[in-house]
Design a protein around this ligand. Structure first.
Ligand SMILES: Nc1ncnc2c1ncn2[C@@H]1O[C@H](COP(=O)(O)OP(=O)(O)O)[C@@H](O)[C@H]1O
Ligand SMILES: [Mg+2]
Length: 330
């Protein structure tokens, strides 16, 4: 309803972690580049932490999108960490495309996995295990992951392991029992909430991706953007909720500009305070459902963003990282 009123082609603030909506903010860019660098350089274990709603799952999906475009990278993607050790090994092996049978025992699964990873490593190929929601991993699974991280030659780590989770993951990794895994972490990145400038850029780019990039006056007034930042504290999921509800209110009032007053009204409806938020924790977790669909998405990140933004747009420039001794665009 508000889409046509504001000349938008799609919902600009949908909270689905859709790579076509990815905004390369400074923080997301840095974390994504660190991940990609760690993997291409075969660093071994890479950890990314961030609070709920900072964009970790979306970043992981962008990373998987990049993997799909490379014939040299194979990955297994684990998004449900509440598994037994056997279920974990079964899932991982079959996600790598190995034939696994129900009857297969643990040692046989481990043997298959290590043969697969080693043979790829010897061919100079990259094999990655990506775990989202890794703060939910049990000690048992973390120990299995540590054992997999032992797959190495004298000069190369054969399995790259990416652990992404909430800050509790760091606490787990600090525990005494997990010292051996902690010692194997080669790179760490933290996804912080957006600052005011990035919040502004985030809002403008999400609007542009939804077809709302060509207006004489900004749809959200500069004061409205400041207010959104104060109430959301820079958490993208919360920014989305505030922006979407502000557009609904703006449409109900038939106004062409979203003002700071509209934003404050929405924040008050959601019982948000300027220093903290209730809905950050109470908002329905759409991500769980989305994670179920994670395996099926197949979008070309750059082609899709280019298309959405218009060819030649600089809205989402490729991230440049040093990889394999060369500067390469990812
Ligand atoms: N860099 C970004 N570009 C576009 N949207 C983002 C970005 N970061 C976060 N979001 C939005 O915020 C929502 C929450 O992100 P998500 O990846 O689910 O967070 P987390 O996994 O950290 O809880 C996403 O669905 C997406 O709509
Ligand atoms: Mg997530």
């Amino acid at each position: 309803m508000y889409k046509s009123f504001y000349n938008l082609t799609r919902n600009p603030f949908d909270i689905t972690p859709d790579p076509t909506c990815f905004v390369a903010t400074v923080r997301h860019n840095e974390a994504l580049a660190a991940l990609y660098y760690g993997i291409r350089r075969h660093k071994g274990v890479v950890v990314v932490t961030g609070e709920v709603g900072t964009g970790k799952t979306l970043m992981v999906r962008c990373l998987l999108q990049l993997f799909k475009e490379s014939s040299e990278i194979a990955y297994a993607y684990l998004f449900n960490c509440r598994l037994s050790a056997m279920e974990f090994l079964h899932y991982t092996a079959s996600d790598f495309g190995l034939k696994v049978s129900e009857q297969q025992n643990k040692s046989s699964l481990l043997l298959d996995l290590s043969r697969y990873v080693t043979s790829r490593g010897l061919q100079g190929l990259t094999t990655v295990l990506v775990v989202d929601e890794a703060h939910n991993l049990s000690m048992e699974l973390l120990e299995e992951i540590r054992l997999l991280s032992n797959l190495e030659t004298n000069d190369d780590k054969l399995l790259q392991i990416v652990l992404v989770g909430q800050p509790e993951l760091d606490l787990k990794l600090d525990s005494f029992e997990l010292r051996p895994l902690k010692q194997r972490i080669a790179l760490r990145a933290h996804l912080a909430p957006l600052d005011e400038q990035d919040t502004d850029r985030y809002i403008q780019e999400r609007l542009a991706i939804a077809g709302g990039g060509f207006r004489d006056e900004p749809l959200f007034s500069p004061d409205a953007v400041k207010t959104i930042h104060r109430y959301s504290r820079g958490f993208p999921r919360l920014i989305n909720t505030i922006c979407e509800n502000s557009l609904i209110t703006g449409y109900a009032q038939q106004v062409s500009e979203i003002t700071s007053e509209i934003v404050s009204g929405v924040a008050s409806d959601f019982h948000l305070t300027q220093n903290g938020s209730k809905i950050a924790h109470n908002a329905p977790n759409h991500v769980d459902q989305d994670l179920e669909r994670a395996r099926s998405f197949s979008l070309d990140l750059y082609a899709a963003t280019q298309k959405a933004n218009g060819a030649g747009s600089e809205l989402n420039p490729p991230i440049t990282v040093e990889a394999g001794g060369h500067e390469s665009d990812i």
